[in-house]
Ligand binder design. Structure first.
Ligand code: ATP
Ligand code: MG
Length: 292
Protein backbone atom coordinates (compact mmCIF):
# COMPACT_ATOMS: atom_id res chain seq x y z
CA UNK A 1 0.00 0.00 0.00
CA UNK A 2 1.15 3.54 -0.66
CA UNK A 3 1.92 5.83 2.28
CA UNK A 4 -0.92 7.71 3.98
CA UNK A 5 -0.86 11.49 3.71
CA UNK A 6 -0.12 11.94 7.42
CA UNK A 7 2.94 9.66 7.26
CA UNK A 8 4.44 10.60 3.92
CA UNK A 9 7.58 12.49 3.14
CA UNK A 10 7.29 15.05 0.35
CA UNK A 11 8.69 12.72 -2.31
CA UNK A 12 6.53 9.66 -1.59
CA UNK A 13 3.25 8.72 -3.20
CA UNK A 14 0.47 9.43 -0.72
CA UNK A 15 -3.09 8.23 -0.31
CA UNK A 16 -6.12 10.02 1.07
CA UNK A 17 -7.44 9.04 4.51
CA UNK A 18 -10.77 7.94 3.01
CA UNK A 19 -11.20 6.30 -0.38
CA UNK A 20 -11.64 8.57 -3.37
CA UNK A 21 -14.53 7.41 -5.53
CA UNK A 22 -14.23 7.93 -9.29
CA UNK A 23 -17.24 7.24 -11.53
CA UNK A 24 -16.30 6.38 -15.10
CA UNK A 25 -19.33 7.57 -17.00
CA UNK A 26 -20.68 8.59 -20.38
CA UNK A 27 -24.19 7.64 -21.39
CA UNK A 28 -22.96 7.00 -24.94
CA UNK A 29 -22.40 3.28 -25.45
CA UNK A 30 -19.12 1.69 -26.50
CA UNK A 31 -16.83 4.64 -25.75
CA UNK A 32 -14.36 2.69 -23.60
CA UNK A 33 -15.86 3.09 -20.11
CA UNK A 34 -15.31 -0.52 -19.04
CA UNK A 35 -11.88 -0.79 -20.71
CA UNK A 36 -10.84 2.40 -18.91
CA UNK A 37 -12.33 1.49 -15.51
CA UNK A 38 -10.70 -1.97 -15.50
CA UNK A 39 -7.26 -0.94 -16.78
CA UNK A 40 -7.05 2.24 -14.73
CA UNK A 41 -7.96 0.22 -11.63
CA UNK A 42 -5.34 -2.41 -12.52
CA UNK A 43 -2.68 0.26 -13.12
CA UNK A 44 -3.40 1.94 -9.77
CA UNK A 45 -3.36 -1.44 -8.00
CA UNK A 46 0.01 -2.23 -9.60
CA UNK A 47 1.37 0.90 -7.91
CA UNK A 48 0.23 -0.35 -4.53
CA UNK A 49 -3.04 1.60 -4.19
CA UNK A 50 -5.69 -0.67 -2.69
CA UNK A 51 -8.33 -0.27 -5.34
CA UNK A 52 -11.94 -1.42 -5.56
CA UNK A 53 -13.54 -1.76 -8.97
CA UNK A 54 -17.34 -1.55 -8.71
CA UNK A 55 -19.42 -2.91 -11.57
CA UNK A 56 -22.57 -0.79 -11.73
CA UNK A 57 -23.67 -1.88 -15.19
CA UNK A 58 -26.40 -4.41 -15.94
CA UNK A 59 -24.11 -5.89 -18.61
CA UNK A 60 -21.61 -6.99 -15.94
CA UNK A 61 -18.75 -6.35 -18.38
CA UNK A 62 -16.18 -5.21 -15.81
CA UNK A 63 -16.88 -8.36 -13.76
CA UNK A 64 -16.55 -10.58 -16.85
CA UNK A 65 -13.29 -8.79 -17.73
CA UNK A 66 -11.81 -10.10 -14.48
CA UNK A 67 -13.41 -13.53 -14.85
CA UNK A 68 -16.14 -12.92 -12.27
CA UNK A 69 -19.74 -13.83 -13.02
CA UNK A 70 -21.64 -14.11 -9.75
CA UNK A 71 -24.23 -16.88 -9.57
CA UNK A 72 -27.80 -16.39 -8.26
CA UNK A 73 -26.70 -17.55 -4.79
CA UNK A 74 -23.77 -15.18 -4.47
CA UNK A 75 -24.10 -11.70 -3.04
CA UNK A 76 -23.36 -9.17 -5.79
CA UNK A 77 -23.75 -5.40 -6.19
CA UNK A 78 -27.40 -5.89 -7.23
CA UNK A 79 -28.27 -7.80 -4.06
CA UNK A 80 -26.53 -5.16 -1.92
CA UNK A 81 -28.66 -2.47 -3.55
CA UNK A 82 -31.90 -4.46 -3.56
CA UNK A 83 -31.56 -5.57 0.07
CA UNK A 84 -29.78 -2.47 1.42
CA UNK A 85 -26.69 -4.47 2.40
CA UNK A 86 -23.28 -2.83 2.83
CA UNK A 87 -21.18 -3.22 -0.30
CA UNK A 88 -18.49 -5.03 1.72
CA UNK A 89 -20.80 -8.09 1.58
CA UNK A 90 -20.03 -8.60 -2.10
CA UNK A 91 -16.43 -7.37 -2.35
CA UNK A 92 -14.00 -10.05 -3.54
CA UNK A 93 -10.25 -10.05 -4.01
CA UNK A 94 -9.01 -10.67 -7.56
CA UNK A 95 -5.94 -12.46 -8.88
CA UNK A 96 -4.30 -9.02 -9.10
CA UNK A 97 -2.64 -7.84 -5.92
CA UNK A 98 -4.27 -4.73 -4.37
CA UNK A 99 -7.30 -5.03 -6.71
CA UNK A 100 -10.75 -5.97 -5.42
CA UNK A 101 -14.06 -6.12 -7.22
CA UNK A 102 -17.72 -5.65 -6.34
CA UNK A 103 -19.15 -7.77 -9.17
CA UNK A 104 -22.50 -7.48 -10.93
CA UNK A 105 -24.68 -10.49 -11.75
CA UNK A 106 -27.90 -10.93 -13.66
CA UNK A 107 -30.07 -9.35 -10.96
CA UNK A 108 -28.59 -5.96 -11.92
CA UNK A 109 -31.40 -5.64 -14.46
CA UNK A 110 -33.90 -5.46 -11.55
CA UNK A 111 -32.18 -2.65 -9.69
CA UNK A 112 -33.28 0.38 -11.75
CA UNK A 113 -36.93 -0.60 -11.44
CA UNK A 114 -36.60 -1.36 -7.72
CA UNK A 115 -34.88 1.95 -7.04
CA UNK A 116 -37.57 3.89 -8.92
CA UNK A 117 -39.97 3.40 -6.02
CA UNK A 118 -37.39 3.29 -3.19
CA UNK A 119 -36.99 5.99 -0.54
CA UNK A 120 -33.84 8.07 -1.17
CA UNK A 121 -33.47 6.36 -4.50
CA UNK A 122 -30.54 8.47 -5.74
CA UNK A 123 -28.45 7.65 -2.67
CA UNK A 124 -28.77 3.86 -2.39
CA UNK A 125 -25.25 3.30 -3.72
CA UNK A 126 -23.81 6.00 -1.47
CA UNK A 127 -25.44 4.27 1.53
CA UNK A 128 -24.00 0.91 0.43
CA UNK A 129 -20.56 2.53 0.20
CA UNK A 130 -20.52 3.54 3.87
CA UNK A 131 -19.22 0.06 4.67
CA UNK A 132 -17.22 -0.96 1.69
CA UNK A 133 -14.01 -2.66 2.73
CA UNK A 134 -13.77 -6.20 4.11
CA UNK A 135 -12.23 -6.20 7.57
CA UNK A 136 -8.52 -5.42 7.57
CA UNK A 137 -8.63 -3.66 4.20
CA UNK A 138 -8.62 0.09 3.60
CA UNK A 139 -9.39 1.16 0.06
CA UNK A 140 -7.52 4.09 -1.39
CA UNK A 141 -9.51 4.30 -4.60
CA UNK A 142 -12.96 3.16 -5.69
CA UNK A 143 -13.45 3.10 -9.46
CA UNK A 144 -17.02 2.64 -10.67
CA UNK A 145 -17.91 1.37 -14.12
CA UNK A 146 -21.32 2.61 -15.24
CA UNK A 147 -24.00 1.76 -17.79
CA UNK A 148 -24.54 3.42 -21.19
CA UNK A 149 -27.68 5.32 -20.16
CA UNK A 150 -28.55 7.91 -17.56
CA UNK A 151 -30.80 5.64 -15.49
CA UNK A 152 -30.96 5.44 -11.71
CA UNK A 153 -27.88 3.23 -11.45
CA UNK A 154 -25.74 5.82 -13.21
CA UNK A 155 -27.41 8.62 -11.23
CA UNK A 156 -26.48 6.72 -8.05
CA UNK A 157 -22.86 6.53 -9.23
CA UNK A 158 -22.78 10.26 -9.99
CA UNK A 159 -24.27 11.14 -6.60
CA UNK A 160 -21.84 8.94 -4.66
CA UNK A 161 -18.70 9.88 -6.58
CA UNK A 162 -16.06 12.43 -5.63
CA UNK A 163 -14.85 12.62 -9.21
CA UNK A 164 -16.17 11.91 -12.66
CA UNK A 165 -13.93 10.56 -15.41
CA UNK A 166 -15.48 10.71 -18.86
CA UNK A 167 -14.12 8.55 -21.69
CA UNK A 168 -14.88 10.06 -25.09
CA UNK A 169 -14.28 7.91 -28.12
CA UNK A 170 -12.86 9.54 -31.22
CA UNK A 171 -15.34 7.82 -33.48
CA UNK A 172 -18.24 10.29 -33.39
CA UNK A 173 -18.88 13.95 -32.59
CA UNK A 174 -19.54 13.90 -28.87
CA UNK A 175 -20.59 17.43 -27.86
CA UNK A 176 -24.35 16.90 -27.62
CA UNK A 177 -23.99 13.84 -25.39
CA UNK A 178 -21.43 15.58 -23.18
CA UNK A 179 -23.75 18.57 -22.79
CA UNK A 180 -26.49 16.24 -21.54
CA UNK A 181 -24.09 14.57 -19.10
CA UNK A 182 -22.96 17.99 -17.81
CA UNK A 183 -26.57 19.15 -17.37
CA UNK A 184 -27.46 15.94 -15.53
CA UNK A 185 -24.53 16.44 -13.17
CA UNK A 186 -25.57 20.07 -12.54
CA UNK A 187 -29.13 18.97 -11.75
CA UNK A 188 -27.88 16.28 -9.39
CA UNK A 189 -25.70 18.84 -7.63
CA UNK A 190 -28.71 21.12 -7.14
CA UNK A 191 -31.34 18.54 -6.27
CA UNK A 192 -29.62 15.45 -4.92
CA UNK A 193 -26.49 16.88 -3.27
CA UNK A 194 -24.06 15.34 -5.78
CA UNK A 195 -20.56 16.60 -5.06
CA UNK A 196 -18.61 15.13 -7.95
CA UNK A 197 -16.56 17.36 -10.17
CA UNK A 198 -15.09 16.36 -13.49
CA UNK A 199 -11.62 14.89 -13.02
CA UNK A 200 -11.21 14.84 -16.76
CA UNK A 201 -12.30 13.82 -20.22
CA UNK A 202 -10.22 11.03 -21.76
CA UNK A 203 -9.97 10.60 -25.50
CA UNK A 204 -10.17 6.91 -26.40
CA UNK A 205 -9.76 4.93 -29.62
CA UNK A 206 -7.65 7.79 -30.91
CA UNK A 207 -5.85 7.46 -34.23
CA UNK A 208 -3.88 10.54 -35.18
CA UNK A 209 -3.99 9.51 -38.86
CA UNK A 210 -7.76 9.79 -38.89
CA UNK A 211 -9.45 13.13 -39.36
CA UNK A 212 -12.30 12.35 -36.97
CA UNK A 213 -9.78 11.78 -34.16
CA UNK A 214 -8.06 15.12 -34.67
CA UNK A 215 -11.43 16.87 -35.02
CA UNK A 216 -12.80 15.38 -31.80
CA UNK A 217 -9.56 16.17 -29.99
CA UNK A 218 -9.52 19.81 -31.15
CA UNK A 219 -13.20 20.23 -30.30
CA UNK A 220 -12.80 18.80 -26.83
CA UNK A 221 -9.62 20.71 -25.98
CA UNK A 222 -11.16 23.96 -27.23
CA UNK A 223 -14.33 23.40 -25.16
CA UNK A 224 -12.92 21.89 -21.96
CA UNK A 225 -9.26 23.02 -21.96
CA UNK A 226 -7.22 21.48 -19.16
CA UNK A 227 -10.07 19.25 -18.11
CA UNK A 228 -9.12 17.05 -21.09
CA UNK A 229 -6.43 14.57 -20.06
CA UNK A 230 -3.11 15.07 -21.85
CA UNK A 231 -2.98 11.28 -22.07
CA UNK A 232 -4.80 9.88 -25.07
CA UNK A 233 -5.81 6.21 -25.30
CA UNK A 234 -4.88 5.09 -28.77
CA UNK A 235 -6.96 2.74 -30.88
CA UNK A 236 -5.43 -0.70 -30.38
CA UNK A 237 -6.68 -4.16 -31.33
CA UNK A 238 -5.20 -5.52 -28.08
CA UNK A 239 -8.02 -3.70 -26.26
CA UNK A 240 -10.54 -5.55 -28.39
CA UNK A 241 -9.11 -8.99 -27.67
CA UNK A 242 -8.22 -8.57 -23.97
CA UNK A 243 -11.82 -8.85 -22.60
CA UNK A 244 -12.52 -12.16 -24.36
CA UNK A 245 -9.39 -13.56 -22.68
CA UNK A 246 -10.67 -12.06 -19.41
CA UNK A 247 -7.43 -10.19 -18.96
CA UNK A 248 -6.44 -6.63 -18.24
CA UNK A 249 -4.24 -5.00 -20.87
CA UNK A 250 -1.28 -5.51 -18.51
CA UNK A 251 -1.86 -9.27 -18.47
CA UNK A 252 -2.74 -9.51 -22.16
CA UNK A 253 -0.40 -7.26 -24.12
CA UNK A 254 3.33 -8.03 -24.32
CA UNK A 255 5.66 -5.72 -22.37
CA UNK A 256 6.31 -2.43 -24.16
CA UNK A 257 2.88 -2.46 -25.84
CA UNK A 258 1.14 0.84 -26.37
CA UNK A 259 -2.09 -0.21 -24.64
CA UNK A 260 -0.15 -0.74 -21.44
CA UNK A 261 1.79 2.46 -21.99
CA UNK A 262 -1.41 4.50 -22.46
CA UNK A 263 -3.14 3.19 -19.33
CA UNK A 264 0.09 3.59 -17.32
CA UNK A 265 0.18 7.22 -18.42
CA UNK A 266 -3.52 7.67 -17.62
CA UNK A 267 -2.94 6.28 -14.13
CA UNK A 268 -0.05 8.69 -13.58
CA UNK A 269 -2.12 11.65 -14.74
CA UNK A 270 -5.10 10.54 -12.65
CA UNK A 271 -2.97 10.25 -9.49
CA UNK A 272 -1.47 13.69 -10.22
CA UNK A 273 -4.93 15.18 -10.70
CA UNK A 274 -6.04 13.60 -7.41
CA UNK A 275 -2.94 15.16 -5.82
CA UNK A 276 -1.74 11.76 -4.65
CA UNK A 277 1.56 12.05 -6.52
CA UNK A 278 3.54 14.94 -7.91
CA UNK A 279 3.66 15.57 -11.64
CA UNK A 280 6.66 13.69 -13.03
CA UNK A 281 9.19 15.94 -14.74
CA UNK A 282 8.88 15.68 -18.51
CA UNK A 283 11.45 13.33 -20.02
CA UNK A 284 12.83 16.05 -22.28
CA UNK A 285 13.25 18.46 -19.39
CA UNK A 286 15.00 15.73 -17.44
CA UNK A 287 17.28 14.93 -20.37
CA UNK A 288 18.15 18.61 -20.80
CA UNK A 289 18.97 18.89 -17.13
CA UNK A 290 21.28 15.85 -17.28
CA UNK A 291 23.17 17.31 -20.25
CA UNK A 292 23.96 20.54 -18.43
N1 ATP B 1 -8.51 2.03 -27.18
C1 ATP B 1 -9.25 1.10 -27.80
N2 ATP B 1 -8.92 0.67 -29.03
C2 ATP B 1 -9.64 -0.27 -29.67
N3 ATP B 1 -10.74 -0.84 -29.16
C3 ATP B 1 -11.13 -0.45 -27.94
C4 ATP B 1 -10.42 0.53 -27.18
N4 ATP B 1 -11.04 0.70 -26.02
C5 ATP B 1 -12.09 -0.13 -26.02
N5 ATP B 1 -12.15 -0.83 -27.17
C6 ATP B 1 -13.15 -1.82 -27.58
O1 ATP B 1 -14.35 -1.09 -27.88
C7 ATP B 1 -15.49 -1.78 -27.41
C8 ATP B 1 -16.22 -0.90 -26.39
O2 ATP B 1 -15.37 -0.70 -25.29
P1 ATP B 1 -15.94 -0.74 -23.80
O3 ATP B 1 -16.72 -1.99 -23.56
O4 ATP B 1 -14.82 -0.46 -22.88
O5 ATP B 1 -16.92 0.50 -23.89
P2 ATP B 1 -18.11 0.88 -22.91
O6 ATP B 1 -18.25 2.36 -22.97
O7 ATP B 1 -17.87 0.29 -21.57
O8 ATP B 1 -19.33 0.14 -23.59
P3 ATP B 1 -20.83 0.07 -22.97
O9 ATP B 1 -21.39 1.43 -23.14
O10 ATP B 1 -21.50 -0.97 -23.80
O11 ATP B 1 -20.69 -0.34 -21.54
C9 ATP B 1 -14.99 -3.08 -26.81
O12 ATP B 1 -15.02 -4.08 -27.80
C10 ATP B 1 -13.53 -2.77 -26.46
O13 ATP B 1 -12.75 -3.93 -26.44
MG1 MG C 1 -19.15 -0.90 -20.40
Amino acid sequence: MATRASEATSTEATVASRPITIAVANQKGGVGKTTTAVNLAAACAARGYDTLLVDLDIQGSASAFLGMSPTEDEVDVARCLLEELPLSRCVKSTRIEHLWIAPAGERMSLVDLHLASAFGRERAFERALTTVAPSGVHFDLIIVDTAPYLGLLTVNALVAADKLLVPVSCEYLPMLGLKLLGETLDRLRDRAGAKADVLGYVLTMHDKRERISTEVEQLLRARFGERVFETVIRGNTQHKSAPSHRKTIFEHEPAGGRGREDYEALATETLVRLELIEKPARKRARRAATKK
